[in-house]
Ligand binder design. Sequence first.
Ligand code: FAD
Length: 466
Amino acid sequence: MAVTLVWFRDDLRISDNPALVAAADSGDDVVACYVLDEETEGIRPLGGASRWWLHHSLSALGASLDQLGVPLVLRRGAAGDVIHRLVEDSGAHAVVWNRRYGLAERTADSSLKSSLTNRGVDATSYQANLLYEPWEVTSGSGQAYKVFTPFWRACLTFRTPRAPLAAPDSLSSPDGPGLDSDELPAWGLLPTEPDWAQGLRDTWTPGEAGAHERLDDFLDGAAQGYKNSRNLPAVHGTSMLSPHLRFGEISPFEVWHAAQDHKDSSTAEDIRVFGSELGWREFSWQLLYFNPELATVNYRPEFDAFTWESSTQAELEAWQRGRTGYPLIDAGMRQLWEIGWMHNRVRMATASFLIKNLMIDWRVGEKFFWDCLVDADAASNAASWQWVAGSGADASPYFRIFNPVLQSKKFDPKGDYLVRFVPELADAENVHEPWKGSAPGYPAPVVDLKESRERALSAYKALSES
Ligand code: FAD
């Protein structure tokens, strides 16, 4: 019986998985594999929280594939070499995978495709993880859009996202002893000493079933009123699907269609706004596709001349540990530490504080988030940090400096979010401005908001005049 090898990457699901469907439809025996690639040059190693997620996601995928009759083979190494070895071991005549869009990933995939083809092995890739391929909907000049609204309008006019594909009912596996596979725990993806993952375990269920549960909960609950409640960090007002989308445990096509099917006259506007958030994910990937160095190089080169003040290590650590003396910033950074995720509004405020009030290079923040977020995404993280810095596409202007006190008064007026993540504020006389009264155990502000704002504005002015 002929064998097709399915190579799973950022698509850890069995439903709406075009590569898996193609293998099932071929009638071949199927071998499924995942390669932990920490060797191919340019592929960014996962951060700690993402490694935790990957472990559990692979474990869930393995269980789903077992039910379909196919074990998940785990191997480690430079993926190009490992896939060739798997082709030899399995005798596969074809390899299928779903596309990735980072430059290093694309380079590795296209060189693998050529070497497989040269060897007489069919190699086919599919669109699975973005609603629109980054090159499909470009600006008039064939480049990436610079502004989100026309990009997203053009996408929606270009094509309605295709319907999701059903998971195969069953797969056939080659007879015989099965291929050698690493043991997942031996990859050491989970933290041990210390084990900082308790909050992650309490919050998340990595894997396809967990992803669909999140989607259903969202559509039955927070979707109604999403347009407003998505701004309130104390409320469970967003889908929390980001890590599931990041690891491809659910596809954007599944999310898109489930949301559209759920739409009625009372939720139409909420669903439109939710759809446009998926659009920001698409926009970020188009930016990364056309600007592969988005995580390290200013999208707007004029920002290269910006002089970052060298803030002290103590200030950076205060930000990282949620001890800046500004409740919204501290609650956000502690939420990040506790559950590996932070509310979007608070991500904007904490990033603005690092970049503008502490005047620390956005790349330092991008890296820290990369390590701590369970949804750390090469495109969305880089694009969002540059958006806040003002150096990105369609960016928030540099002079827009989030005031953490006004933000918490407006979006968390009772301080519920603040106290949830900074419990010592429960006894503060003034939860939004604790320095104005007694706040036992809570630090004094690391910088003065007004002075640091003026310092940032004058640095920006100097840049725009240079
Ligand atoms: P929902 O509001 O339910 O939105 C649905 C989905 O749309 C999300 O799951 C996500 O895939 C996408 N989405 C929503 N907002 C954005 C956005 N602004 N940009 C891109 N996609 C979006 N998002 C990531 O997925 N990974 C990151 O590494 C990441 N880093 C960020 C860093 C900073 C500094 C900022 C300001 C934002 C970052 N975001 C990132 C975007 C956004 O904060 C998260 O996508 C969102 O908070 C995830 O929560 P949710 O799933 O409940 O979102």
